[in-house]
Design a binder for this molecule. Structure first.
Ligand SMILES: [Zn+2]
Length: 429
């Protein structure tokens, strides 16, 4: 169920109307907006503000920011108008699990994903991305936060790829290890809690529980979220006991136990299930992804780069989607925060479009369409402390997605993206 919008008193309504009139010239005077960021209004549109639905309203944008959200009255005069009738305006999406693969990050915004949280990549390239995410200038790229290099051990998960990066050795000072990641540019610490080779299922070395606890404590001390990769329940428990901020996969080896649910509830950890990954693992046919990418509303916008990722094979097939989906439902019903993430940047998964798949899979797992939308907007913004995004609210960054139909009732409506704005500037699809 969506929270229905509470109709405000006339005083509130007058205040919001006043804000629309006053704030436009103030905002224009205060920033150097480009021509692409001229003021406009999305008029007569259904608004999902990140939590609740306004059946019909107007959203005014200027100089990269949302100037006002009007829930009644006529269309403000003097602005370029985007007709929102029959459409829904939602906040730009946050993909909570990607891998940075290219300085050109235009694929994500073309499908409404305006913010991406990288979960392992080379941190040395990230300096200018940190400037971009603070800027309100027009851009065709997603904003990016990064884990940089992750914490794993020699011979452990993520090693052996030919890329050389710092590892947690037996004598490593773990506080220094985390401080070094932070000074390299890591925004959050990612831990590899994986004791099996995912392809062969052979046992591999992994961080000990003691190392995990010390790494998480060191990250917390530096104000960094600590997030864990774990595809088995026993390893997820190691992370939860250590106090991780969240799990950035949901395990699929077992149905979630009462003990794990209790651990997650006690620590307040969030879960980013990456059902899209489990769908890609399960079969090369990958019906959930193919239903989206072959849809005529989507297919014409798939780039060659996205196609290359989507068509890349894993070389093995492993069931897990049903169990992971069941676990989403159990944890969600227990009140554990769920965030949407794809693992884009690995085979079978592509930046941007795969988030639409993830949201459909979250609804199939048992979230309502509104809850799935919140998992890609308000929930991750609040967990990662992003005060400028994740909601449609006066003063926030104008990262907006206009879709045909009503995704608050039918999540597949997101396949029909009509328009995307990043920092108030239109994205060319
Ligand atoms: Zn990943």
């Amino acid at each position: 169920m969506c929270l229905s919008h509470v109709v405000p008193t006339s005083a509130v309504s007058r205040r919001t109307a006043l804000a629309a009139g006053l704030a436009v010239p103030v905002a224009l005077a205060g920033t150097e907006a480009t021509a692409a960021q001229d003021a406009f209004v999305v008029a007569n549109v259904r608004i999902f503000d990140g939590k609740r639905v306004i059946d019909r309203g107007h959203v005014v944008v200027s100089a990269g920011r949302i100037v006002s959200v009007l829930d009644r009255g006529g269309v403000p005069a003097g602005l370029r108008v985007h007709d929102g009738r029959g459409k829904t305006l939602v906040p730009g999406f946050i993909d909570g699990h990607v891998h940075h693969t290219d300085a050109n990050r235009t694929d994500a915004p073309r499908f409404g994903v305006t913010t991406e949280l990288d979960m392992v990549s080379d941190p040395t390239v990230h300096g200018r991305f940190k400037q971009q995410r603070r800027s309100y200038a027009a851009t065709a790229n997603s904003d990016l936060w990064t884990a940089g290099w992750w914490a794993t051990v020699p011979g452990g998960h993520g090693t052996g790829t030919g890329t050389v990066f710092p590892l947690v050795e037996p004598g490593t000072d773990l506080a220094e290890f985390v401080a070094a990641r932070r000074s390299e540019g890591s925004d959050h610490l990612k831990l590899a809690l994986e004791d099996r080779n995912l392809a062969t299922q052979e046992q591999i070395p992994v961080l000990t529980a003691e190392q995990t606890t010390k790494l998480v404590a060191a990250a917390r001390k530096l104000g960094m979220p600590a997030v864990a990769h774990a595809t088995a329940q026993r390893m997820a428990q190691v992370g939860l006991r250590a106090g991780v901020t969240g799990l950035v996969h949901l395990f699929a080896d077992e149905v979630v136990s009462d003990e794990t649910v209790a651990l997650a509830r006690r620590t307040g950890a969030f879960v980013n299930p990456t059902l899209t990954l489990w769908s890609a693992f399960e079969s090369a046919a990958n019906p959930a992804t193919n239903a989206v990418v072959k849809d005529q509303r989507v297919a014409p916008y798939i780039s060659a780069r996205q196609r290359a990722f989507l068509d890349a094979p894993w070389g093995f097939e492993r069931p897990g989607l049903a169990t992971a989906s069941r676990n989403v439902k159990i944890l969600h019903d227990a009140g554990v925060p769920i965030t949407a993430g794809t693992d884009s940047g690995i085979p079978g998964i592509a930046h941007g479009v795969s988030l639409l798949v993830e949201l459909e899979l979250l609804v199939r797992a048992g979230l309502t369409p509104c809850e799935a939308l919140t998992a890609a907007t308000t929930t991750p913004a609040s967990i990662y402390g992003f005060a400028d995004r994740g909601r449609i609210r006066q003063g926030l960054r104008a990262d907006l997605v206009l879709v045909d139909g009503d995704p608050t009732k039918d999540i597949t409506a997101l396949r029909g993206v009509a328009e995307v704005w990043k920092n108030g500037a239109p994205i060319t699809r």
